[in-house]
Design a protein around this ligand. Structure first.
Ligand code: AMP
Length: 299
């Protein structure tokens, strides 16, 4: 089995939704993505945590078979504060404190350099590029990003996008990246950068997969018990890279199945704050929801 490497943030998040407020809770793109990938593989993370990062969070990750060899410790942890209204597809960022992320070197331990499946989760595109440069034999490089980096480092982001096999964005980011109202147009412009697949996430409404000359539309899972969507995008990506690493192929079938598995995991993630749900569900729960999603689409 291939074990994916995930570079991203470990964070202490303060989140407010119509269903409550949590301060300084475990979050970050690498955290959500690695927990999601851990249902299919033993992912390794490349991330930085400050000296204020609670040991119990690290124990939680290593108890889930997540390899922490690529973890750096220094200074203060990255912090993000955001809120959502009833339309939870849009996060309103109130504060981003980069802290230790500003000096993060993203150095890969030797054991990671031969990894074949890599998820460049949401983090500074310059760090994403540093990771790519250290890989000896990458087969699948998947990249995610967010509006913060499109606004602040678009040139660097486009450079690293050219190295990716799969690019994942949400709908707002796709429109912003190519300054267009059309998701189709944005996906085609993004395919011109070189990846084999572009995935556009539409929050609770599912996601779109674009490959050369083909198009797949995955459903969202209709949730009643929605509490906090933070980390849904990262859980989606983590589930997908975990599945692709386990399968060892990246054909249309593997991509489609991985996208629906990723969506099922993301839907669970939204049922509680922080990693509450990702740490309480099992692979059987994910497969059950996967089955329901398959049935929803039969006509
Ligand atoms: P998602 O809801 O999947 O888009 O990601 C939410 C996670 O992204 C939160 O746990 C945040 O800590 C993390 N995050 C927020 N802003 C950034 C940023 N600019 N770069 C990297 N990670 C971020």
């Amino acid at each position: 089995m291939n074990n994916p490497i995930i570079v991203g943030t470990l964070a202490l998040d303060t989140v407010e939704t119509p269903f409550g407020r949590k301060e300084g809770v475990l979050g970050g793109s690498a955290c959500y993505a690695a927990l999601a990938a851990s249902f299919f593989s033993h992912p390794g993370i490349v991330a930085v945590a400050g000296n204020d990062f609670p040991e119990e969070h690290l124990k939680l990750l290593s108890d889930k078979n997540i390899n922490l060899d690529g973890l750096e410790r220094t200074g203060k942890t990255f912090r993000w504060e955001g809120s959502y209204e009833y339309d939870m597809n849009e996060a309103h960022t109130k504060k981003t404190e980069l802290n230790a992320l500003s000096d993060f070197k993203a150095r890969l331990p030797d054991s990671y350099r031969l990894a074949t499946h890599i998820f460049l989760a949401n983090i500074d595109p310059e760090l994403q590029m540093k990771v790519v440069e250290q890989l000896e034999n990458p087969e699948v490089i998947m990249l995610d990003t967010m509006n913060f980096w499109i606004e602040n480092k678009k040139d660097k982001l486009l450079e690293v996008m050219k190295k990716a096999n799969i690019i994942v964005m949400n709908d707002g980011e796709a429109r912003m990246l190519h300054d267009t109202a059309s998701l189709m147009k944005s996906a085609h412009e993004t395919l011109k950068l070189g990846p084999e697949a572009v995935i556009i996430k539409k929050g609770e409404h599912g996601s779109l997969l674009f490959t050369k000359g083909k198009h797949f539309n995955a459903p969202g899972y209709p949730l009643e018990a929605l509490k906090d969507p933070t980390g849904c995008g990262d859980s989606f990506g983590g589930g997908l890279i975990g599945h692709l690493a386990k399968k060892g192929v990246m054909d249309d079938r593997a991509l489609r199945k991985g996208i629906v598995l990723g969506s099922a995991i993301a839907s669970y993630n939204a049922e509680d704050f922080s990693v509450g749900r990702l740490t309480s569900i099992t692979l059987a729960d994910i497969e059950k929801r996967f089955g329901e999603m398959r049935e929803m689409r039969e006509f």
